[in-house]
Structures are given as structure tokens and as C-alpha cells.
Design a protein around this ligand. Structure first.
Ligand code: HEC
Length: 423
């Protein structure tokens, strides 16, 4: 796979070269780099002299774009220019916004100048275009994009109408907590950002505010991908335990999560991963989806999980305690527990509400789950017991947890919020 990605740029540029040769017959100014094989191509010096000539037509951003960019990005900016179509690929769709390296004039200028780091097809125009031409192009690209919701500057990435994902080195969530070299930020148009560590797919924080600052743009070694929103939810105080463990005859076994894919479309935002045990055996595949809830008291989000168990497997336990840092549960804990082997099992409250004490406030959790998902508890906290193993059969399970921070709570508030969530 990697190999074929590496070959894209050469293919694309060759195709573009052919395109340029076909369309630019005159001696008009055209980037020399586009047709390196043509012996008669004007040298860079000649090009500069020609553009100084007052009789030359004025080359504006649109003119430059059509000659240098439209082959891949298309005249309307939708990323489906002839070169891309020919290669079965798609370039960045400017009409959707969504820039990995920032959507300000400065950031776009830098992308045009340096290309995109990694194995991308997007070439560098540092040699083939003058500085002022690159600025003109940055301005023109902005005219194709939707207006950003908030003015951003420099390396800042703002989010338009669609969710966005950025990966990089994350700063520690809290003082004295670890820094995760492989982090991922999933940002929503509502201004909520979900921050995960990639290596074990753990939710580190949920934030509200601007999306991220890509300070690692120029400095791929040590720079950081800094989330800009204020964290309103920090499970495990910035170093959370794994969300899932395996339950096997009453013994909990640690599991690790391996990220497979991420998803950010108009309709869905989330991550797909596999849960594996110490020996590397896969026990289950998880599709985790993230949703921001519009509630009267704000700051609410839902994580929903669709889980498919594998044949050789144990059942799963999802840690609800990790979500509120281990404070006491003040509502929703079953009064009657059933002993099942070593574990105590109980029903999730009929209305789905659990309330935990958190710091000087409360955390309201609304749980919607398949019938066979139960509450279990250990010394530390409450968990969800998620059966995905039934003898020799492969079983699926699903549940969703909505998390709401509140300074106070009442039964009346829960009833109101329940209605709002059901809408
Ligand atoms: C050979 C094809 C090709 C040409 C020519 C090309 N681009 Fe791109 N460009 C791409 C592809 C592909 C991507 C998306 C790469 C990715 O997402 O990994 C991209 C991405 C971009 C981005 C988005 C970077 C980000 O932050 O996500 C900008 C801005 C951009 N191109 C501007 C331009 C401009 C301006 C020109 C003309 C001067 C140009 N491109 C010419 C293929 C091309």
C-alpha cells in the first residue's frame, strides 16, 4: 500500500506535464518546472523578463490557478481535475474547507510553497512560481473556500461546515501527565474537539472552542499539535486507564486497542479499532462514534459503540469509572446485585441515568444499551458488562453513553434532559 502511495506524485506530475504541454503552446509565462523535458522551454530568467514587460497581460490569481492548479484541483476547486480523475484520485476539495495544514492565507501560502509533507501528491511551487504569485494563488484559493467561521491566524486550523481530523504530537493534557507522540484530534463544526491518544485509542479530553494550532508545521520533529479549546472533560485526570478490559470467568484481563481507521464526514465522526489481548489475539472490533448533543445545559456529548466479538473470546467490560475520575456514584447504582461467578451484575436504570460526583460538581451519564448489557462493579467503580461471546457464536453488542457535566442535579433535570436527548 505504502509503495503505491509513494508513486503517486511522480505519476501525477508526469500526467500534469503532459497536460501543461498540451494546453500551454505559447511562450507565455508558465512554470518551467511543469515541462522539464522540453528543451525549448523558457529559462527562469527569460520568464522574469517577460513578466516585467508592460505589454504582457496581467497575471492574476485566477490565471495562475488555471495553469498551475486546476489540473488537479479543478477549475471550481472541487479536487476533481483531469489529472486526478485520470489517476483515480481526488485532491483537496477547497469548496469544503477542511485543510490539514491550516486554512489561513499564510497557511495556504506555505502549502503552495512547500507542498505537503509526507507522501502526498501536492507539489511544492517554491521554484516554479515567484513569491508574489504564490500569495496571489493563496488569495485566489481562499475565494474558492467557504468563509471560516472564526478568523484564524498562522498555523491555526479552523473548522467549517464539516468535522475534521488532525494527527500529531499532543502536549500533556494536565501538568505532570504524559505527552502522547501519536495523538489525534477530531473536531466538530459545533466547536467540540475530541482528543485521543492513538497508540491505545484512549479518550484524553473533550474540549470546547477553537480547533487546533499546527505548530509542528515547519518543524516536523519536535513541534506540537496544540488543541485550542478549553477541556471540559478529562477522564482519568489526563492519563486514563484503558476503557475496555476482558472478563473471563470473573477475571479481568487487560486489553489494548489498535486503531484501524478514523472517520469524519458530514454525518459521522469516529474511530474504528480492534481490541487485542497480551498475546495479540483479537477479541473484538469496535466502531466508536462521537456526537455533540445540543442540550439546554450545554457541554454534552455521546460516545456510541458498536462491537462485534470474535470467536475465540471473552466478554468485555467498559469502564464507566474512568469517565469521572472515581468519585462516588450518587444515583443509578442498582439496589439489588446478582452474583454471577465472582462478579456482581445489576440492571442499568430504566431511564438510563447514572449520576457521579466529580470534583465540586456532578457528572450525569445517560446510558442506552442492548438488553443484555449490564452494570457490574468492582472496588473502584461501575462498569458496563458487554457480552460479545456466546460459546461458539459471534455476537454483537451496542451501547451509547452521553456525558453531561453539571454543577447540580435533580430528578426533574434528568427528566428534562432525557426528553431533550430523545428528540
Ligand atoms: C499534481 C496534482 C496537484 C497539483 C498540480 C496541485 N495540487 Fe494542491 N493538492 C493536491 C492533492 C492531492 C492535495 C491533497 C493532499 C492530501 O490530502 O494529502 C492537495 C492539497 C492542497 C492544499 C491543501 C493543503 C491542506 O492543508 O490540506 C492546498 C491549499 C493546495 N493543494 C493548493 C494548491 C495550489 C494553489 C496549487 C497550484 C499552485 C496546487 N495545489 C496544485 C494535488 C495537487
Amino acid at each position: 500500500m505504502k509503495h503505491s502511495i509513494r508513486t503517486w506524485p511522480r505519476l501525477a506530475l508526469a500526467a500534469l506535464g503532459a497536460l501543461a504541454a498540451a494546453s500551454c503552446g505559447s511562450a507565455e509565462k508558465a512554470p518551467a518546472a511543469e515541462r522539464p523535458q522540453e528543451p525549448a522551454a523558457p529559462t527562469v530568467t527569460e520568464v522574469v523578463m517577460m513578466s516585467d514587460d508592460e505589454d504582457e497581460p496581467v497575471h492574476d490569481g485566477k490565471w495562475l490557478y488555471e495553469r498551475n492548479c486546476a489540473g488537479c484541483h479543478n477549475t471550481n476547486g472541487d479536487g476533481q481535475g483531469p489529472t486526478m480523475v485520470q489517476l483515480g484520485l481526488k485532491a483537496r476539495d477547497f469548496k469544503q474547507g477542511g485543510f490539514a495544514f491550516g486554512n489561513t492565507r499564510e497557511a495556504i501560502y506555505r502549502t503552495i510553497t512547500a507542498g505537503m509533507p509526507g507522501s502526498s501528491v501536492m507539489p511544492s511551487f517554491k521554484v516554479s512560481l515567484e513569491e508574489d504569485e504564490r500569495w496571489m494563488l493563496a488569495d485566489f484559493v481562499l475565494t474558492l473556500c467557504p468563509a471560516p467561521e472564526e478568523p484564524a491566524s498562522g498555523t491555526r486550523i479552523a473548522i467549517g461546515a464539516h468535522p475534521q481530523i488532525a494527527r500529531g504530537l499532543l502536549p500533556a493534557v494536565a501538568d505532570g501527565k504524559p505527552q502522547w507522540p501519536r495523538g489525534i484530534l477530531l473536531g466538530t463544526p459545533e466547536g467540540v474537539t475530541f482528543e485521543y491518544r492513538v497508540d491505545d485509542v484512549r479518550l484524553l479530553a473533550v474540549r470546547q472552542g477553537e480547533f487546533a494550532d499546527r505548530t509542528d508545521w515547519n518543524d516536523r520533529g519536535g513541534g506540537e499539535l496544540v488543541p485550542l479549546g478549553k477541556a471540559f472533560y478529562v477522564p482519568g485526570g489526563g492519563d486514563p486507564k484503558p476503557a475496555f478490559t476482558a472478563m473471563h470467568f470473573g477475571n479481568e484481563r487487560p486489553l489494548s486497542a489498535r486503531l484501524k481507521t478514523t472517520l469524519a464526514t458530514r454525518d459521522a465522526l469516529g474511530l474504528d479499532y480492534e481490541l487485542v489481548d497480551k498475546r495479540g489475539t483479537r477479541l473484538a472490533t469496535v466502531e466508536e462514534r462521537l456526537r455533540v448533543e445540543a442540550l439546554s445545559i450545554g457541554g454534552a456529548f455521546t460516545r456510541s459503540f458498536a462491537i462485534r466479538g470474535d470467536l475465540e473470546s471473552a466478554n468485555l467490560v467498559f469502564d464507566l469509572g474512568a469517565t469521572h475520575g472515581g468519585g462516588a456514584w450518587v444515583r443509578g447504582e442498582p439496589t439489588a446485585w446478582q452474583q454471577a461467578g465472582e462478579v456482581l451484575r445489576g440492571a442499568i436504570p430504566a431511564d438510563g441515568w447514572l449520576v457521579g460526583k466529580r470534583g465540586d460538581g456532578f457528572e450525569l451519564l445517560h446510558v442506552v444499551a442492548d438488553k443484555n448489557v449490564k452494570l457490574v462493579r468492582d472496588a473502584a467503580s461501575l462498569h458496563l458488562f458487554v457480552p460479545v461471546f456466546a460459546g461458539a457464536e459471534q455476537v454483537s453488542a451496542s451501547f451509547a453513553v452521553t456525558v453531561i457535566g453539571a454543577s447540580e442535579w435533580s430528578e426533574e433535570l434528568l427528566a428534562t434532559l432525557g426528553k431533550e436527548l430523545a428528540r
